[in-house]
Design a protein. Structure first.
Length: 641
């Protein structure tokens, strides 16, 4: 290990506060030394916890050297100095130097200046080092690069200096060409980086400012800014905004039109897009004022809104009116009778007596029709809490005609909408006659769930796609649960006992144990997060696949179509025949003999089903199992086509 050489003390720092005064005193008696990288470690006392990218810092150190010393204290264990210096200020510089040495850009014995203080003073100095420090604003960096090029530096030199690729430097130089007034808005946080990128598509400052000023404050999206600056000419006959403004009004305002020799004055191409947008905005404002005067709580103008734009504005929800007391009493009586009949249908008695099962099924159908008729008398009414938030969205259709979308709710007000029963509601009025009992449905869907998990856990790409889809539903389509702050949770499905013992469940458990075995050294490297951060992308996809798989839940307690299950099953190419087979125990003992014959007919042939008719139910179940043994038949809840 190289020796640490003493250096002269640095000048005092001005005591600007009590903390700074303490730091200044510490620095007064501190010593500046030189050390090599192996002698330095990042101290746990360093107050900067959030790690940032050091790519550009590496470029600066590689080309200019280390311009600012590190600060640390000598490590003492059991009263003895270890020869190690713990760094409490300059952790990013230390990381950058280590990466440069590893890459061969700096020698192994590169000398690093370190200001040595006491461990007692370390935290105060670390706080002072990081307090008040603010990263250079991107706009300042753009202009700094532009200034360097203006003074004769090549783009290649700038790229080397900042450790960036040439394309990135060119893009940042392009951003420096945004009009100074607009770039200042970005610097003042009154414009976004995305807006600057849109404006930088042209170097014409006048065009940039015209596009910016021609759009309303709430219509300066990057898409609209870029469209205005690139679409130099607009077809009057096909552009909805042009048709809304009108050719005559546009020309009266000084706009020019490029016409085809074979066209008349009703057709042509708009030359001045910014003028067209300004005229449209003014006309929209007049229409907006009329709607507000007519009583609209608020009006937002979205002339070019498409279906995706409108999806961000939920409409006032409507729900069925409540039943009268008399009707509710009738439904309560019917529900009691339906529950009693359903219980008898699911009993072993009904499964063993075909005539009883048929009579009970007919009785259940009649009761459900009576219940459905009562619910059919309800009317849809708007939710009062939603109406209090409702307003109007004013847009244009493809022909340029204004469309007033009423009873809309602003995206910002979505969180204020109280959860309540929607049209589907908890009071589901229509009950469909089931092929399978609730108990069997729960069993079948539990098996399909664990099979889906077994397939998904081995397909990282599919898991990544489905996770992205799930998050997009919540983040982009606003269909996630309300009242949360970006929380992502995993809740495992509750499986039946038989499903827990299936081959799919065994495969899932084996995979779980395999992954857990890999974690035995995680704590030694700083915990699970640090351990995962050191894994390859392929290995991370393995973990992601298993976690996403465990979140899948296709279980149902009542038979119904499940398009979500079908979609995910197709995504992972699930073949349920690989994981489940219809046997007497798993299926046929739980359905009627009539159903057994129908299954055998469908899976094999009508002739193969004939012998079952004269058998007792138990014998028929075994015969049905043997008949479909080589067939690829699956009950409806397990099918993906």
């Amino acid at each position: 290990m190289n020796a640490i050489h003493a250096m002269p003390r640095i000048a005092d720092a001005p005591p600007l506060s009590a903390l700074c005064a303490a730091v200044a005193e510490a620095q007064h008696h501190a010593t500046l030394c030189l050390a090599t990288f192996p002698q330095l470690v990042r101290s746990k006392l360093n107050v900067r916890r959030k790690q940032t990218d050091v790519t550009e810092l590496m470029g600066l150190i590689r080309t200019q050297g280390l311009l600012q010393n590190l600060i640390g204290f000598r490590q003492i264990i059991a009263g003895v100095e270890t020869g190690i210096i713990e760094i409490i200020a300059g952790g990013r510089r230390l990381l950058a130097i280590g990466l440069l040495i590893e890459a061969g850009c700096l020698p192994d014995d590169y000398s690093i200046p370190v200001l040595i203080v006491s461990e007692y003073e370390a935290i105060e100095i670390s706080v002072t080092e990081n307090l008040g420090r603010q990263d250079m604003h991107p706009a300042d960096l753009f202009e700094a690069m532009q200034d360097m090029v203006g003074r004769g530096r090549s783009i290649e030199d700038v790229a080397l200096l900042y450790n960036l690729d040439i394309l990135t430097v060119k893009r940042r130089l392009r951003l420096a060409n945004v009009a100074p007034r607009l770039l200042q808005l970005y610097r003042d946080d009154k414009a976004s980086f995305e807006q600057m990128m849109a404006l930088a598509i042209t170097d014409d400052h006048a065009a940039q400012e015209q596009a910016w000023d021609g759009l309303g404050e709430y219509r300066r999206s990057p898409h609209d800014l870029r469209r205005m600056l690139t679409a130099q000419k607009v077809n009057f006959m096909t552009d909805r905004v042009a048709r809304y403004v009108g050719l005559a009004a546009y020309e009266r305002a000084g706009g020019t039109v490029t016409r085809d020799l074979f066209s008349d004055r009703a057709t042509g191409y708009i030359d001045d897009v910014a003028l067209l947008e300004r005229l449209a905005n003014e006309k929209f404002e007049r229409q907006r004022a009329k709607l507000l005067k007519a009583g609209a709580a608020w009006v937002e103008t979205l002339p070019r809104a498409d279906a995706a734009d409108l999806m961000t504005y939920p409409r006032v929800r409507r729900s069925f009116s409540k039943l009268s007391d008399e009707q509710q009493g009738q439904v309560d009586v019917l529900d009691g009778r339906i529950a009693a009949v359903t219980a008898r249908l699911d009993s072993d008695e009904a499964e063993q007596d075909a005539s009883l099962e048929e009579r009970l099924a007919g009785e259940l159908d009649g009761l459900e029709r009576q219940r459905e008729a009562i619910y059919a008398t309800r009317k849809l009414v708007p939710h009062e809490a939603d109406l209090a938030l409702a307003g109007v969205v004013l847009r244009l259709n493809a022909d340029g005609k204004p469309v007033v979308e009423r009873d809309m709710i602003r995206p910002a007000d979505k969180g204020k909408i109280a959860n309540h029963a929607t049209v589907a509601g908890k009071e589901q009025s229509k009950r469909i006659r089931q092929v399978h009992s609730d108990r069997l449905t729960a069993e079948l869907t539990a098996h399909r769930t664990v099979a889906l998990q077994a397939e998904m856990m081995m397909q990282g790409q599919a898991a990544l796609a489905y996770l992205t889809y799930t998050l997009a539903q919540s983040v982009l389509m606003e269909q996630g649960s309300r009242g949360t702050l970006a929380k992502i949770g995993v809740r495992s499905a509750v499986l039946t006992q038989a499903a827990k013992q299936s081959s799919a469940a065994l495969a899932v458990n084996e995979r779980r144990l395999e992954l857990l075995a890999r974690l035995q050294y995680a704590e030694e490297v700083g915990g699970l997060l640090c351990w995962l951060a050191g894994r390859s992308q392929a290995e991370l996809l393995e973990w992601l696949a298993f976690c996403v798989a465990m979140s899948l839940d296709g279980t149902q307690d009542r038979e119904a179509e499940s398009p979500d299950f079908v979609a995910v099953a197709r995504l992972v190419k699930l073949d349920m025949v690989k994981w489940w087979r219809p046997t007497a125990d798993s299926y046929f003992n739980h359905v009627s003999k009539e159903r057994m014959m129908k299954v055998v007919t469908e899976a094999v042939s009508a002739g193969a089903a004939v012998p079952l008719e004269k058998m007792r139910k138990g014998e028929a179940a075994g015969a049905a199992e043997r008949a479909v043994e080589t067939a690829r038949w699956l009950p409806e809840p397990m099918r993906t086509t």
